[in-house]
Design a protein around this ligand. Structure first.
Ligand code: NDP
Length: 237
């Protein structure tokens, strides 16, 4: 096994757990994030030879350069995971326009840009698999997260449209939509209070989401699917 997977947001949280799982299975990985030192540390702790790259997914030239560098050093990208994301939670009336823009740019436009950059190679090699990390908020909406929910809802529409566009080229595009997961993004939330609203009674772990991502990456007959990994939260939202 020497397939190449680019993991945007692979330095921390959910993306890092995906990297740990895929390294164990023998994939060659590009760990991509803005902070190169943290990405290098994450790549360095993995079994095998993996490389770290610095990139802001919201910047098209950064994304294009990063794909060129990945292909130069690791070879053609077969798999792509978009786990880079940010949240700037606040009620809409208090949300600054710049915070709306940064969430849309990182969470939605960023994934569109990496998918676009991956298309050339994947079309050339007549195959590829992409998993975009959405959120249960993109399906159900969440008070205090309107811009974030918009970015994640947009990601579902984008992923399904792209799945239709490239299915004939044997390229698959799927979404994993997590609920609350223990990462830096959720460290300030009051878990004791929130967990009562989750049917399974707890936040998820990054490895639990990573298994769902890897399942979709490797499932040859699934495309355009949204896999919810939320401890049952969507049942009660
Ligand atoms: P973390 O904050 O733990 O990690 C975010 C990762 O994204 C880091 O590697 C970070 O690295 C990278 N990143 C952020 N902005 C950019 C950018 N502009 N360009 C490149 N990389 C970037 O987040 P999670 O692991 O919790 O989240 C992963 C994904 O899962 C996100 O899309 C998030 O919205 C989604 N999600 C998370 C949930 C949760 O409960 N944790 C629930 C539902 C969805 P660096 O800062 O160095 O760039």
């Amino acid at each position: 096994m020497n397939k190449v997977c680019a993991i945007f947001g692979g330095s921390r949280g959910i993306g890092r757990a995906v990297a740990q799982l895929m390294a164990q299975k023998g994939y060659r990985l590009a760990i991509v994030a803005r902070n190169l030192e943290v990405a290098k540390a994450a790549a360095g702790e993995l079994r095998g030879n993996h490389l770290a790259f610095s990139c802001d997914v919201a910047k098209e030239h950064d994304v294009q350069n990063t794909f060129e560098e990945i292909e130069k050093h690791l070879g053609q990208v077969n798999f792509l995971v978009n786990a880079a994301g940010i949240n700037r939670d606040s009620l809409l009336i208090r949300t600054k326009t710049e915070d709306m823009v940064s969430q849309l740019h990182t969470n939605l436009l960023g994934s569109m840009l990496t998918c676009k950059a991956a298309m050339r190679t994947m079309i050339q090699q007549q195959g590829g698999s992409i998993v975009n990390v959405g959120s249960i908020t993109g399906l159900k909406g969440n008070s205090g997260q309107s811009a974030y929910s918009a970015s994640k809802g947009g990601l579902v529409g984008f992923s399904r449209a792209l799945a239709k566009e490239v299915a004939k080229k044997k390229i698959r595009v799927n979404v994993v939509a997590p609920g609350f997961v223990h990462t830096d993004m959720t460290k300030d939330l009051k878990e004791e209070h929130l967990k009562n609203s989750i049917p399974l009674g707890r936040f998820g772990e990054t490895i639990e989401v990573a298994h769902a991502i890897l399942f979709l990456l490797e499932s040859p007959y699934i495309t355009g699917h949204v896999l919810v990994v939320d401890g049952g939260l969507q049942l009660v939202m």
